[in-house]
Design a protein around this ligand. Structure first.
Ligand code: GDP
Ligand code: MG
Length: 177
């Protein structure tokens, strides 16, 4: 038995996908332990995405890889190719994204809940997410498109990536309760 944290992001709330997304979580056999609709405050969002160099560089590196893959000039678009600076940009875009409108946050529990929810949402980049997954079925956004628009990838849902992340995120958003 495991617990995980998930968030229905503002783009999904705006598109009327709350019920659809919750249904997919429930249909998988996971149990909803807690659920609330809130307006996120920018400080808590900043805490969701770590301000540490490893995380920032890993996100910056992903952005750099996307530019290489599509043979586009990252310095022309972003003004830098430093992965740390790129990571900081994504983090700022995320604060803007998650505070764009109301969100729905929840705690889900069940066998391998962390992996099950990641399987249901699939890849960060919706154009690469499998059909049948939430991101694959309901979005055609992509990393390159989002980067050139200087915003986060609108991918409808957030879910913890590991048991440790889940513990931290449940404590952050639900005060540990
Ligand atoms: P997730 O766990 O699948 O949500 O992905 P990450 O934890 O790696 O990144 C957090 C969020 O940052 C993602 O859900 C996206 O909204 C955004 N993001 C991640 N990588 C990129 C990127 O390369 N470009 C842009 N524009 N946004 C990104
Ligand atoms: Mg993540």
């Amino acid at each position: 038995m495991e617990k995980t944290f998930a968030m229905i992001k503002p783009d999904a709330v705006n598109r009327g996908l709350i019920g659809e997304i919750i249904s997919r979580f429930e249909n998988s056999g996971l149990k909803i332990e807690a659920l609330k609709m809130i307006n996120a405050n920018p400080d808590i969002v900043a805490n969701l995405y770590p301000d540490n160099e490893d995380w920032l560089r890993s996100v910056g590196q992903k952005m750099s890889n996307t530019y290489k893959r599509y043979e586009k000039d990252i310095v022309a678009d972003m003004g830098t190719d430093d992965t740390l600076e790129l990571g900081k940009m994504v983090r700022q875009w995320l604060v803007e994204y998650i505070t764009m409108g109301p969100i729905v946050i929840m705690i889900l529990s069940g066998n391998h809940a962390v992996d099950v929810v990641r399987k249901l949402i699939w890849d960060t980049n919706p154009v690469l997410a499998q059909p049948g997954s939430i991101r694959g079925d309901f979005s055609v956004d992509s990393a390159d498109f989002a980067n050139s628009a200087h915003r986060a990838i609108y991918n409808l849902v957030h879910a913890s990536g590991s048991v440790k992340e889940a513990e931290d995120e449940i404590a952050l958003w639900f005060g540990g309760n």
